[in-house]
Ligand binder design. Sequence first.
Ligand SMILES: O=C(O)CCC(=O)C(=O)O
Ligand SMILES: [Fe+2]
Length: 279
Amino acid sequence: MTRPELPRVDGTTATVEDVSAAVSDHGVCVVERLVDEATCDAVLAELRPHLDAVRPGADDFEGRNTRRVGAILGRSPSSVGLVAHDLVLDVVDRVLGPDKSTFQLHLTQAIAIGPDSPAQGLHRDQWCFDFHPFPPELVVEVSTIWALTDFTEATGATRVVPGSHRLAEVTATDDDAVSAEMPRGSVVIYTGSTVHGGGANRSDETRVGLNVDYTLGWLRQEENQYLSVPLEVARNLPERVQRLMGYSLGSYALGYVGDLRDPISVLRSDRGGTGFGGG
Ligand SMILES: O=C(O)CCC(=O)C(=O)O
Ligand SMILES: [Fe+2]
């Protein structure tokens, strides 16, 4: 049996319509070369000391020869172009929901899979929400993994099961998973219900991906942005990124500060009023 290909578009010509249709219909899309190699180099250089400082994972899911580093917006100024990439945010906006008022950053995590690593178990990222059985038509999370190094089957490219996002039960096996092979600077986009997992690294190189996930404004973020990114760093980020981090009202009243203040006003005194809805 031949495995299906993953939907794939070229980053220089990709449209939000094509990418969001592929993610909605197949649960996954690879966008090739969406950022240049210099951006990958810059993010890698900024994260290198943090990756070197952290210990490998403690269990098979984290990966016992895999290093994971978070707080990316606080540590890598160059990551802003990936975390808040216009095309990705437009796709996320279209795919999440329906009937949402806002979405937010869920987590930012560099994942460096070292040589001789077995594959990570297949899973759904939305299992983080206590395995709640969300209706298949409600997309609560969109995940992305940027290839900062080349993703090949041998280096441990993320494995994805196309079409698995709408199935009530996870019955997929390793045989159903397709490696998201892609050159560095590319991104694989999939939903919180798409079955996937890190690949086995059988090479002598370390595979580095930047995992950036987004979720509906009314769910709890997996990575606490307020405590991960120092306030003085957050203050100097672009307003769109600040709002994405959660410095904005999620829905009518969620996340207000003190006397019904819009949280953006904590970072920008000229923004956000008081009263639910930021009035
Ligand atoms: O590193 C990868 O390719 C996938 C990692 C992943 O899916 C996870 O940790 O949730
Ligand atoms: Fe995952």
